[in-house]
Design a protein around this ligand. Structure first.
Ligand SMILES: Nc1nc2c(c(=O)[nH]1)N[C@H]1C(S)=C(S)[C@@H](COP(=O)(O)O)O[C@H]1N2
Ligand SMILES: [Mo]
Length: 556
């Protein structure tokens, strides 16, 4: 619906194989089982052996005048705004996940080391199998924007909505503590722990505890759950999300370590999403089970009226509005994707440029960290020129360096090698979600800059490839001159202390460590120094930026 893909795009977006599959490691199942035993299992044991515990809601202290009454407008508003953005964020997150439908706890992402995968495909080892091929189709009713390999648009939605979600959270928490409403959520006594366990035993064994009127009081378990959603899930989502950013990960190595590593952070980010989903489902079910009309009046019109249907209609209206926005978002995604790309650039692009893009990557990984497996991406060059050069091990290869420079040059591999060698062990961050650690050896771009002397007006460096993009046309990408001058930015001819293999970009590939993988052009043939990226390709700063609406700056 609302799409107009050409033939090449259709092949990628509408694949024939749309199977989904849940492959879960037995260990993960065991962990799940243990968790269930320790909660529901224990609750049943207690119930069978000792009977139902006392219901703590029966002995709630009497209301005091300082307790909150009802739900002021700001609270209802932020509740529903939160709902709206959470749906957008979860749906776009699922579309991002579908582009690399595997979750790991190890940072190398070896296939078959996943603890969870959503693809039935076993990675073949008898041919080059790219991570792009591995992306799955996702129904656009579930994912935003859905279909296959729509990670660029999905990220635009994710990153445009996240700031509003956070802003809403900040306003909510501030007002919570400015008023007395914090008392609803924040426990003030450790008694809350046994109390909420006792309530849990009721639910788990299918006994409804007494329902305190939510207009004034929540039950203990309800309070703990709401508290955890606001004060635990949200911060974990933020921290695990930030841990995936190459610019942040490179500068603050301790951050992803909170979750083990970048893939641990990605897995936790996914689990937080599951926790939000589980919360939404249980929350809605409980709201319905404990007096839907009355509860809806609480959270929409701030009355404790058990019969009026006003609140219910308003809530239904909000849900319908959210669904309508889903359709609108789908239309925007495929009819006006440039709006999205530009909005994302205006909000986050600007923010990153002035903040995390300035961080200097810190080298950190050691030889022992090098990943045994490294995913491949990109279409191998098919040009006769590259094939001829490859047949002679690139002896006749000349890198051309020009543009707005005083001293344009053409350099062979040997000449480049005489100019210097920088060897770094770094983590590669693909936009799709996978990562891998490798050693890269090559010439710092700074040395080339010193040789060709760009004019003072130069801000942008363009790297052209022998290879083509996903839908055909020369692959290229651009970087700010600033990022190219960082010492870790190199043109590599060496990978893991061996000559760079063809599938990883021979004769030369780019490494710019604070950026995502798609900015690191493989099979580089030409470099140009320019004042702007706007006249190269379709003008968005790279092949993927042109064709897939990826960000110009790829710090996150
Ligand atoms: N020429 C060219 N370079 C490219 C690509 C491509 O499609 N063509 N893909 C990019 C992407 S998305 C990634 S993640 C990395 C993958 O590098 P690797 O194959 O060494 O893992 O290459 C980047 N460079
Ligand atoms: Mo990538």
């Amino acid at each position: 619906m609302f799409t107009n893909f050409n033939k090449a795009e259709q092949k990628i977006r509408y694949p024939e194989d749309r199977r989904w599959f849940i492959g879960i490691k037995p260990v993960a199942l065991v962990v799940l089982l243990i968790l269930l035993m320790m909660t529901v299992g224990l609750a049943w044991l207690q119930f069978i052996v000792f009977g139902l515990p006392a219901d703590p809601s029966r002995s709630l202290p009497p209301l005091s005048p300082s307790d909150p009454t009802g739900f002021p407008l700001w609270l209802s508003l932020s509740h529903w705004v939160n709902f709206f953005f959470l749906i957008m964020i979860i749906r776009s997150g699922l579309s991002i996940l579908a582009d690399h439908p595997r979750l790991y706890w190890n940072r190398g992402c070896s296939p078959s080391s996943e603890w969870l995968r959503f693809t039935p495909i076993k990675v073949p080892d008898d041919r080059v199998y790219t991570a792009k091929e591995d992306g799955r189709y996702l129904n656009p009713i579930i994912g935003l924007p859905g279909y296959r390999h729509s990670v660029g648009i999905a990220r635009a939605w994710h990153f445009i909505t996240v700031p509003f979600f956070l802003l809403n959270g900040v306003v909510f928490i501030t007002l919570l503590f400015v008023t007395n409403q914090w008392k609803r959520l924040v426990p003030v006594s450790w008694q809350i722990i046994p109390d909420s366990w006792n309530v849990f035993v009721h639910y788990a064994t299918f006994h409804m505890p007494v329902e305190p009127n939510g207009f004034y009081h929540f039950n203990a378990l309800q309070q703990v759950s709401y508290f955890a959603v606001v004060f635990l899930l949200a911060p974990i989502a933020m921290l695990s999300g930030m841990s995936m950013s190459p610019a942040i990960e490179n500068r603050f190595h301790w951050l992803p370590k909170l979750f083990g590593n970048r893939q641990g952070a990605r897995s936790v980010h996914f689990l937080v999403m599951l926790a939000y989903l589980a919360f939404i489902i249980v929350h809605v079910a409980m709201v319905a089970a404990t007096g839907l009309t009355r509860n809806m009046n609480h959270i929409t019109v701030n009355t404790d009226n058990p019969v009026s249907h006003m609140g219910l209609y308003i809530a239904l209206g909000i849900i319908l509005f959210t669904i309508a926005c889903g359709f609108l978002a789908h239309w925007i995604s495929w009819q006006r994707p440039r709006y999205l790309q530009r909005t994302e650039a205006a909000i986050n692009g600007t923010l990153w440029l002035n903040s995390i893009n300035k961080f200097k990557p810190k080298l950190y990984f050691k030889q022992k960290d090098i990943s045994p497996y490294f995913w491949v991406n990109g279409n191998m060059p098919e040009s006769e020129e590259w094939k001829k050069l490859a047949a002679k091990k690139f002896k006749d290869f000349k890198l051309s360096v020009g543009g707005l420079v005083e001293n344009p040059v053409e350099l062979s591999l040997d000449e480049l090698k005489q100019m210097g060698l920088e060897q770094n062990i770094t983590m590669h961050h693909c936009i799709q979600g996978w990562s891998g650690i490798a050693e890269w050896g090559g010439l710092p771009i700074k040395a080339l800059v010193d040789l060709v002397r760009p004019r003072s007006s130069v801000t942008t460096v363009v790297f052209y490839s022998f290879g083509e993009g996903l839908y055909g046309g020369t692959y290229y990408d651009t970087h700010t001159l600033d990022n190219c001058l960082k010492p870790e930015s190199i043109l590599a001819w060496e990978m893991n202390y061996q000559p760079l293999p063809e599938k990883y970009g021979a004769p030369l590939r780019l490494r710019v460590e604070n950026q995502l993988g798609y900015k690191m052009v493989k099979w580089v043939c030409k470099i140009e120094f320019l004042e702007t990226h706007e006249h190269v390709g379709r003008g968005f700063g790279g092949k993927n930026e042109d064709d897939e609406y990826f960000d110009l700056l790829a710090d996150t």
